[in-house]
Design a protein around this ligand. Sequence first.
Ligand code: 3SL
Length: 242
Amino acid sequence: MKLFVYHTPELTPTGKAPECAIAVDVLRATSTIATVLAAGGEAVQVFSDLDQLIEVSEKWPSEKRLRAGERGGAKVAGFELGNSPLDCTPELVEGRRLFISTTNGTRALQRVQDSPNLLAAALINRAAVVQFLLEKQPETVWIVGSGWEGSFSLEDTVCAGAIAHSLLQQTTLSPEELAGNDEVISAIALYSQWQDNLLGLLHQASHGQRLLRLDCHEDLKYCSQTDILDVLPIQHETGVLK
Ligand code: 3SL
C-alpha cells in the first residue's frame, strides 16, 4: 500500500482517481457525515451547489429528508440543519437522507468522487477507516484534506497523520515504505506531536478559531475525539455515502 496525502482539493492531482480515496474534513463535514450514518441516517448525499441540492432533495419525500447547509461556518437560511454533528441525533436523523452542502468538505469529496472506494474520514471514525484499509489492502490510497478555501488546515492533516500512524502500528511497513509523498511523513509528525491534545490543536487551527468565534466550543470537543464511532461512510453512487 502506498499512501499519499494532499492538503487541499486544489493540490490533489487531476487524472485517474486512485483505487481508494479518503476525503477528510474534521471541522466539520466528514465528522457530521460519520455522525449521521452512525445515528441511523439512511444516507448522506453531498452537493457543492445549493440550488442543485434543493432541486434533488425536492424529489425526496419531505418526512424522509433533511437539508444541511453551511457557508462561512454558519447555517444556510431555510435549511433544517447547519453543519454541526451535535445536531444529528438519532431522533432526528434515523431513516432519513441528509442532503448536505458545505464550503470545503463537499469539494474534497467531489474532487475524488471517481475513485471506486471513496471514504469519508474524521478523527471520530479513524479506526473504521484504518480497518477497511487493512482488510482491502488497496495499492494506492489518497487522503485529501478539505483545507479552507484552498489553504492548508491543521485539523485535516492531523487526521491524515492519525490514519497513517495507525497503519504503521498495525503493519510491518516502515514510514518510507508507506509514504508516497513527503506530506505523509509531515502528517505523521504532526499527529505524533499532538495525539494527546488534539483539542488543543483544533483550538490553534484557524478554522477552529473561526468556529470558536461562532460559539462552537462543543463541536471542537466532539470532533477532537478519536475512534468513537464504528462507522465507515463509503460512496455507493456518485455523491451518495452510506
Ligand atoms: O468547509 C466545510 O466544508 C465545513 O465543514 C466548514 S464548517 O465547519 O461547517 O464551518
